[in-house]
Design a protein around this ligand. Structure first.
Ligand code: F6R
Length: 234
């Protein structure tokens, strides 16, 4: 696990941008993408560049259950606004929040088998979640439906008019699905991520209590942290 210490979100997003570019230049075809505030600046940098994804495939980590892709808070809508409209991929895959559970799990697993991820971008939740894999998720999990924890609902309610509008469930890639990516790039910015980063980098073996620790056994993980997120490990 390599840790890159940067001064700011801006610098970290620039580094992330350079790593994505390098991967593309070196032939990466499938990009695993995340939503949330962490990669927003990185996506902005991609849209401002001359990078060309028209031959590439994107697969996203997760989507709220019950929200159609046209809903402003759906993750598909987020990706379209932040990246896809400006930089279209040949194909862009996300879980379909309107599809029935079993059908969606099978459909998305087939997508992931067809398109193994070359480089996966990840953020991290306060409780160590990656994608929507909350504490207690099996380390060998594949795509599944999850009930969001109160901590995640609290963190996400800022995007909704009221807390009761936050969907209670999501479809998410599992921890084993994420581990299949050839390369993983986890970004964390801000003091509120310091505890989660400490838990991750001090872990010696994976534990279901802290889903991010599954990454301890991955051969190619880079973590980009700003000073605030690194404040408990430096
Ligand atoms: C988003 C996702 C989540 C976020 C995490 C951090 O697709 O999978 O795990 O990466 O909740 O969210 P932000 O970046 O908003 O702090």
């Amino acid at each position: 696990m390599e840790i890159l210490y940067v001064n700011s979100k801006e610098e970290g997003s620039q580094k992330g941008y350079e790593m994505i570019r390098e991967a593309l230049d070196n032939g990466a075809k499938v990009f695993g993408l995340a939503t949330g505030s962490t990669p927003e600046r990185l996506y902005e940098k991609l849209t401002e560049s001359d990078v060309d994804f028209s031959d590439a495939i994107s697969v996203n980590l997760d989507e709220y259950v019950g929200l159609p892709g046209t809903h402003e808070q759906s993750y598909r809508y987020f990706m379209e606004q932040k990246l896809f409209n400006q930089k279209p991929f040949k194909e862009s895959h996300l879980p379909d929040g309107m599809n029935e559970e079993q059908a969606e799990i099978e459909r998305y697993e087939a997508v992931l088998s067809k398109y193994p991820v070359d480089i996966q971008i990840l953020g991290i939740g306060h409780n160590g979640h990656i994608a929507f894999n909350e504490p207690g998720t099996a380390l060998d999990s594949h795509t599944h439906k999850v009930a969001l924890t109160q901590s995640t609902i609290n963190a996400n309610k800022r995007f909704f008019e009221k807390e009761s509008d936050v969907p209670g469930y999501a479809y998410t890639m599992g921890l084993a699905s994420i581990m299949k990516a050839k390369k993983i790039l986890l970004l964390a910015f801000g003091e509120d991520k310091a505890e989660a980063i400490k838990d991750l980098v001090t872990a010696t073996e994976p534990t279901e209590d802290i889903p991010s620790t599954v990454l301890v056994n991955h051969p190619d993980v880079t973590i980009i942290v700003d000073q605030a997120a690194a404040s408990l490990i430096k």
